[in-house]
Design a binder for this molecule. Structure first.
Ligand code: A2P
Length: 278
């Protein structure tokens, strides 16, 4: 079968092609999809790879170039497939087409995982915070399904700020699904999910909790709601993944709590990564 969908040209001839196995549309702005995993691909939960599609042929030369973007792998390192969570930008060079992919289609995937949102970049701690906005949830979708997250920490707090309530569904369903995750229940123990505190907020549509997480932390409301103390460099570790303004603001706040930024080469108390933007 030669999979060809409107806006998503087949890439069968390319060396780094992977086949789409499923696609789910969450809102008119968000979708997730799964693809086959290259047999040789090893990655650490939280890392990203470059994925994309072939662009239109150049009108002069007729040559096609791949359009590639960095995407966090949303599935954990043990999964036999790879999952991605993406925004749809109607005039975006890649996502205007990628949003039309269907099972059987092929995408380009460069099998070179990298990234700082990995356990190796953090020093040991007791409580791990995941701070996400929008599709910045993706690396945490991987890390929340990674046994090491619960082996290394007593408590895991995930905050997710989105514009609208429907944009929280992917994350909310994933977290709910952890309760019946066979691997984690077996490896970490029944009820492991009680270690997780989930704090979803919206900024442009009514929901149970409204406001930017940064404001809610500044006012103390988030800590009161969660029933925890503010971040402390002795016990708390954090990973940040969202839009640029959010990352910068939260980074300043974590510096203010006395946490230091880490990297693969120098583990410390928190790490930051920019969520993919088209
Ligand atoms: P807001 O609606 O107040 O801009 P986006 O879709 O633009 O990437 O935003 C995703 C979420 O991140 C939105 O809820 C947005 O809130 C929020 N956000 C944007 N900038 C910041 C920031 N500097 N600090 C905290 N949250 C932010």
């Amino acid at each position: 079968m030669t999979p060809v969908t409107k806006g998503a040209p087949a890439v069968k001839t390319l060396p780094d092609a992977q086949t789409v196995t499923s696609v789910k549309h969450w809102t008119d702005r968000l979708f997730s999809f799964r693809v086959t995993r290259p047999a040789s691909l090893r990655f650490r939960s939280g890392e990203f790879v470059m994925i994309g599609l072939m662009g239109d042929p150049d009108p002069k030369t007729g040559k096609q170039k791949p359009i590639l973007r960095a995407y966090s792998i949303a599935s954990p390192s043990w999964d036999e497939e790879l999952e991605f969570y993406s925004i749809k930008v109607q005039d975006g060079p890649l996502t205007s087409r990628l949003q039309h992919i269907q099972p059987g289609d092929e995408i380009i995937l460069r099998p070179k995982p990298v990234g700082t949102l990995v356990h190796d970049a953090l020093l040991p701690g007791k409580r791990l915070w995941f701070f996400a906005t929008g599709t910045g949830f993706a690396p945490f979708a991987s890390l929340l399904r990674e046994p090491q997250t619960y082996e290394d920490y007593d408590e895991v707090i995930i905050t997710h700020t989105c514009r609208e309530a429907g944009e929280l569904t992917y994350g909310a369903e994933l977290i709910e699904g952890l309760k019946t995750d066979e691997l984690l229940n077996e490896l970490i123990g029944e009820g492991f999910w009680k270690k997780i505190k989930y704090y979803p907020t919206t900024t442009r549509e009514e929901s149970a909790k409204m406001g930017r997480i940064t404001d809610l932390m500044r006012s103390g409301e988030a800590f009161a709601d969660l029933g925890v103390e503010p971040l402390n460099p002795d016990t708390d570790r954090a990973m940040i993944c969202g839009n640029l303004a959010f990352n910068l603001e939260l980074k300043d706040m974590l510096d203010g709590y006395g946490l230091e930024e880490g990297a693969n080469s120098k583990p410390a108390q928190y790490v930051v990564e920019k969520a993919f933007l088209d």
